[in-house]
Design a protein around this ligand. Structure first.
Ligand code: MRU
Length: 339
């Protein structure tokens, strides 16, 4: 399963707003198209939006007519700003954009476009390798058999391929382990019911869907061996921003002595911030809560709070699973040593 495809002159994105009912691709021919696709969540998931933004900058370079490095630098800076402004929480977006701008520094015209295409392809290829490495480390933490609870979608659809949290599950299955997955529905955007179930079913990995509010009772019944989630930004102290509802799961996991693992490539670490308090949490439109699809469930004009992410304090995290290995608390010193 693949969320994106680079054609050499456009970025094709699997439209995740329509899955699993309809499989359609959206073709982006400019960085503005890519920015809109990220904002509308046609492409979503921290590593995937980073890679998509990288290709957005390739499109900006390909469509630019200037051969003057200074003018080109300005063009790239404004494309980068537009892409960066699409979603504030996942640090992979700013990370990928920063890496692309550094790669293109001092270049213009065809040379810039070629260099940026090479860098975006490298980001995409590395993402899959990173997820496989992270998956191998994480799979060692998965008992056999294992009942795993996950939240949102941190799979192939949220990355360039293979996935982070679902990458760990895939690696465990590849090692011959017997795995059963419980997927939280993930209100309000339903990444769990629409995407995680779809992705795992395509791979014949047994998956059971539950609504978010059922997770506590499932743990209380002793039916969860571990929780694995992805991450959008991890602070220097190990606090984790991830899809809204992650924090609740972590509290529940602690209460029931269930290990709570976070799969996070190093590009998800933001060591410039000390704790999760500094993470900007995206708030999305009310209609995601008041409506399911086009059907309104709440009274008209209902006041709504719709944060797309929450922050799980590091004390609730059993370990961070990265492509360089598994990190245990205290995270601050462990991360410094790792990097
Ligand atoms: O709003 P989304 O769907 O982009 O949120 C996605 C998540 O929260 C994922 O868990 C996270 O980005 C990790 S994806 C490998």
């Amino acid at each position: 399963m693949q969320a994106m495809e680079w054609t050499g002159h456009s970025l094709r994105l699997l439209d995740q707003t329509k899955l699993p009912v309809t499989i359609t691709w959206v073709e982006c021919q400019s960085y503005q198209d890519v920015a809109l696709a990220i904002r509308q969540m046609i492409v979503r998931g921290a590593p995937a939006i980073g890679a998509a933004a990288a290709y957005g900058l390739v499109l900006a370079a390909q469509t630019s007519t200037t051969v003057d490095p200074a003018a080109s630098r300005e063009n790239m800076a404004s494309a980068a700003a537009a892409l960066r402004a699409t979603r504030p929480t996942a640090v992979n977006l700013a990370w990928a954009i920063g890496r692309m701008l550094a790669a293109g520094e001092g270049l213009a015209g065809l040379a810039l476009a070629a260099r940026l295409e090479q860098e975006a392809n490298a980001i995409a290829a590395e993402d899959i390798e990173i997820n496989r490495a992270l998956g191998r480390f994480g799979a060692k933490l998965v008992p056999n058999p294992a009942r795993i609870l996950t939240h949102c979608n941190a799979g192939a659809l949220a990355t360039v391929g293979y996935g982070t949290a679902l990458g760990v599950i895939r690696a465990a299955v590849e090692q011959g382990k017997q795995v059963e997955v419980f997927a939280d529905e993930t209100r309000p955007y339903l990444q769990g019911s629409r995407l995680t179930t779809f992705e795992l079913m395509q791979d014949d990995i047994p998956v059971t869907l539950l609504t978010d509010s059922m997770a506590g009772w499932l743990m209380a019944k002793g039916r969860v061996d571990l929780v694995i989630v992805g991450a959008d930004r991890v602070a220097a102290n190990g606090d984790v921003a991830n899809k809204i509802g992650t924090y609740t799961l972590a509290v529940l996991a602690k209460e029931h002595q269930v290990p709570f693992y976070v799969a996070c490539p190093l590009s998800t670490l933001d060591l410039s911030i000390k704790s999760g308090e500094e993470i900007i949490i995206e708030e999305r439109e009310a209609s995601e809560v008041t409506h399911v699809g086009r059907t309104r469930l709440a009274p008209e004009a209902t006041r709504v709070w719709n944060p797309a992410f929450d922050v799980t304090p590091e004390r609730l995290v059993t370990a961070l699973i990265t492509e360089k290995g598994v990190i245990y608390p205290p995270f601050m010193s462990a991360l410094e040593a790792l990097l």
